[in-house]
Design a protein around this ligand. Structure first.
Ligand SMILES: [Zn+2]
Length: 88
């Protein structure tokens, strides 16, 4: 393994003139997951775990009879300038 994050997008994969690399940015937070009802847009706010999201949806379905939900994940990324690789 090269030690690079496997989710990073190599400069060759994107059309830019510079040696930029897009990487996940977890300096402030890990990805944030939210879930909301698609009928009334109610939701519990940012969540940390799947069981909490599931419990909220099932409770909402039970009390409001709304049965469709949207999961929204915010995953931050950062473009960083990398050393130029001649010929690369
Ligand atoms: Zn609802």
């Amino acid at each position: 393994m090269s030690g690079r994050n496997p989710r990073a997008i190599a400069p060759a994969a994107i059309d830019t003139p510079a040696d930029w690399l897009l990487t996940p940015d977890h300096r402030g937070t890990t990805p944030i997951t939210e879930i909301e009802c698609t009928t009334c847009l109610d939701g519990p706010g940012p969540l940390c775990d799947e069981p909490t999201a599931t419990a909220w949806c099932l409770a909402h379905a039970r009390h409001a009879s709304h049965d469709t939900f949207r999961r929204i994940t915010t995953d931050f990324h950062r473009a960083v300038l990398t050393p130029h690789t001649p010929g690369g």
